[in-house]
Write a protein that binds this ligand. Structure first.
Ligand SMILES: [Zn+2]
Length: 103
């Protein structure tokens, strides 16, 4: 679920490359442990994994991901940052842009 939605957003934004995919794999492995400790947190996984990949892309590729489709000069962020049914949100307008996996 988390892997599917984040991979789809990477594909739609042209970022589905080796390093981003490796960041996705690493996040999934790390978060898998977290879910075994706290099974109720499974619904939170897509948002957490999306944020992990976002941070990794920023750190490794010095790129903002995903770019805001309205402004292009900043990245969207995940809201809520810890919760189910997360959205990509433009911080400038405060409005939701897309569900995770729906970019
Ligand atoms: Zn924006």
């Amino acid at each position: 679920m988390a892997a599917t939605v984040v991979r789809r957003d990477l594909e739609r934004t042209g970022r589905c490359r080796r390093r981003a995919l490796r960041a996705l794999e690493e996040s999934l492995q790390h978060r898998q442990w977290w879910v075994t400790e706290w099974p109720e947190g499974a619904d939170h996984l897509p948002g957490l994994v999306a944020q992990d990949v976002q941070e990794a892309v920023h750190a490794q590729l010095d790129a903002d991901w995903p770019p805001c489709p309205e402004h292009r000069d900043h990245a969207l962020f995940v809201e809520p940052d810890l919760g189910p049914d997360s959205f990509w949100v433009c911080h400038r307008t405060g409005l939701p842009i897309a569900t995770l996996g729906g970019l």
